[in-house]
Design a protein around this ligand. Sequence first.
Ligand code: SF4
Length: 120
Amino acid sequence: MEQTDTLICITCPMGCALAVTHEGQTVVRVTGNHCNRGPRYAQAELTDPRRMVATTVKVRGGSKPLLPVYTAAPFPKGRIFELLDALRRLEVDAPVRADQVILANALGSGIDVLASRDMA
Ligand code: SF4
């Protein structure tokens, strides 16, 4: 049975309001999108929603106590709290370079967590 839900596309700052008609996890049609990334976003939201994650981890011997980090790719939404918990328990040694891998293959996802900046 078809069902229509409204989603806000977060792929770009336009933030189009998408009317997504779907049968289960299969998108039937999408309206309200200003480009063809909208339907792709809608399909991903139904089957494998993901988000970029940015947070901080503790640093030993750094110029600041916390290092900003980010996921190299959008991370499975359902496991974000698990990832944040793992990063909360992590402590890295200074110095750190921007884009250095801080946590490789986070939670077996194939996605690395990287440093957002240098830390002397
Ligand atoms: S549908 Fe296209 S234009 Fe609209 S928010 Fe998504 S990416 Fe941006």
